[in-house]
Design a protein around this ligand. Structure first.
Ligand code: ATP
Ligand code: MG
Length: 556
């Protein structure tokens, strides 16, 4: 898989660093989620990259919760983020929190004030923005820029002590009001926010801004390669400026293109809206692009890691086709999923020459892709079966290789049957079809000499269990809902969920567990849903057997 591809640009950088003996050859990356939502497939990309780089170069990866924003963060999110990373198959070295560094960050801020490199500004947000100038026009100092060091220390201590209301003052770095990089025009370091924090409680009423927290946290942990997405390129100068002025460990920031995928949205803010406004049932609703939703839907960690590997690391934004992810899960489940039979739209088949009331135990391979079939399961056969309504036609056209009067098919893992007759109700709807079976045609021991073109799935009626199945389609009807006019939620696909009740399934499926993949022959890959109970089995379709969507798009 990855062995043969050429190095990506980050691997090149790291190998160069190792060759030069930088950091003694040590590689320490970090994955820094903000605990304000569940992880999505974009985060999976970042996880695979950060943990993958460390694994490849005998390094380590820290999990650092970037929890500097007290208002949106919750412990529920922390727990789910950890579960998702573990499920993806990665282990972090240390579990850390930016909030653990609040004391240290405060001391760093004091240090910068003492060096004349930071000041307390009483100007409003509007005044500060107005004085910043434009990319072509330098900014102007606000009156507070020339405050004395003593005064700045006093005011900053008072901010910390809770003397001022939210928004009354900020601490700013004194960098360069004429810099072509707007992020260097005296950026904010601290703001006042009287809010409860999920870890530090009410200890703090001032909180560091991202730019003052992130790089310093990297440095405190001695992160060697701090990998983030492209929108942080303009922040890099400031990242380096703080580290240089403080003379602390020189972590380095590198940027790659975030993952964008068609037919979905990938921002926690938008995903939260879908949950709160009940467009989906929860963060792990199987239509969501979250890692927990993919897990619930039946995706395997391997398939997601494979997907992330296949799309590679780019330096330019691009849009990945959702069907590539589906390709990866199909490829994986084809090799691992056990084959089972389920009839979604049933019609009764009576085998008139088979003894009524008799049960014969047949067997079917779990997975023919595996040497030896991966074992077999019991497959009870009797004179009354359920088959798929679409596998019978009253007036079959030529080349219909399924059932109609006079036509023959093979019942998967069982016998060849011939259709003799059918019964209709008063509305003209076919209710039952009558067949005769060929006793010598038993699968695995077929001496009948009869060749049939079609094989259909079936379930023995007296032995069948019932289940509900949930079929999913794209959550949005357009490729890039965030880029359309109006609200992205206007582009939700109203048919993204189809529920089918009273599906007949093989009795063996009552032993299914969530996460174990099954191929319902001819119907797709499925897994047991977490809502399922022994009395009410529910299966999610993970993915169809073929890419029906690609065809649709071409047609449309
Ligand atoms: P969102 O905009 O979805 O809320 P975020 O960047 O605010 O995402 P964080 O929790 O801050 O979310 O992200 C943690 C890490 O994951 C960061 O390093 C971030 O760059 C990375 N990341 C987030 N979204 C993507 C994506 N779509 N592709 C790749 N990496 C991503
Ligand atoms: Mg963020």
């Amino acid at each position: 898989m990855s062995e043969e591809r050429s190095l990506n640009f980050l691997e090149e950088i790291i190998e160069e660093d190792i060759r030069n003996g930088k950091n003694g050859g040590r590689v320490l990356t970090r994955f820094p989620p903000e605990p304000n939502g569940y992880l999505h497939i974009g985060h999976a990309k970042s996880i695979c990259l950060n943990f993958g780089l460390a694994q490849k170069y005998n390094g380590k990866t820290n999990l650092r919760f970037d929890d500097t924003n007290p208002v949106t963060e919750e412990t529920e999110y922390v727990d789910n983020i950890k579960a998702d990373i573990k499920w993806l198959g990665f282990n972090w070295d240390e579990e850390l929190y930016s909030s653990d560094y609040f004391d240290q960050l405060f001391d760093f801020a004091i240090e910068l004030i003492k060096k004349g490199l930071a000041y307390v500004d009483d100007s409003t947000a509007e005044e500060i923005a107005a004085a910043k100038g434009t990319p072509t026009e330098p900014g102007k100092p606000t009156p507070n820029r020339s405050r004395s060091i003593e005064k700045n220390i006093q005011l900053f201590e008072e901010m910390k002590a809770g003397k001022y209301p939210d928004g009354a003052k900020v601490l700013r770095a004194k960098v360069d009001l004429a810099s072509p990089n707007m992020h260097l025009r005296d950026p904010l370091m601290y703001r006042i926010k009287h809010a409860h924090h999920h870890r530090t409680g009410n200890k703090w009423c001032i909180y560091p801004m991202y730019d003052f927290a992130h790089g310093q946290s990297d440095s405190i942990e001695k992160i060697t390669h701090s990998v983030c997405t492209l929108e942080f390129i303009p922040h890099r100068d400031l990242y380096e400026w703080f580290i240089e002025q403080l003379g602390i460990f020189p972590s380095k920031q590198y940027e790659f293109a975030r993952l964008n995928m068609t037919y979905t949205v990938m921002s926690k803010r938008k995903l939260l809206q879908l949950v709160n406004e009940k467009y989906v049932s929860s963060w792990d609703d199987p239509r969501m692009p979250t890692i927990s939703a993919f897990r619930r839907r039946g995706y395997t960690p391997e398939s997601i890691r494979n997907f992330c590997d296949r799309i590679g690391i780019a330096k330019r934004e691009n849009m990945i086709d959702y069907s590539l992810l589906e390709f990866c899960i199909r490829e994986d489940l084809n090799k691992t999923a056990w084959r089972r039979m389920a009839v979604l739209d049933p019609i009764k088949m009576v085998i008139t020459n088979y003894p009524k009331g008799q049960t014969e135990m047949l067997h079917g391979e779990n997975n023919p892709e595996v040497e030896g079939g991966d074992g077999v399961r019991d497959l009870p056969f009797s004179s009354e079966l359920w088959i798929e309504r679409e596998d019978f036609m009253e007036e079959p056209p030529k080349k219909f290789f399924r059932l109609g009067v006079g036509l023959m098919v093979r019942l998967k893992s069982a016998y060849i049957v011939k259709c003799d007759d059918f019964v209709k109700d008063e509305n003209g709807r076919v209710t039952e079809i009558h067949c005769s079976y060929i006793p010598e045609s038993k699968s695995g021991n077929d001496t009948s000499g009869i060749n049939v073109k079609g094989t259909i799935h079936w379930v023995s009626a007296p032995h069948a269990k019932t289940a509900e199945i949930r079929l999913y389609d794209r959550l949005f009807r357009v490729e890039d809902p965030s880029n359309e006019e109006g609200d992205f939620k206007e582009y939700i696909n109203p048919d993204s969920l189809e529920v089918i009740k009273n599906v007949y399934i093989e009795q063996d499926l009552s032993r299914a567990v969530p996460g174990k993949g099954y191929q319902f022959i001819r119907k797709g890959y499925f897994t047991l849903d977490t809502d399922s109970t022994p009395d009410h089995l529910i299966f999610n379709r993970t993915v169809t057997l073929k890419d029906a969507w690609a065809k649709e798009v071409k047609k449309g």
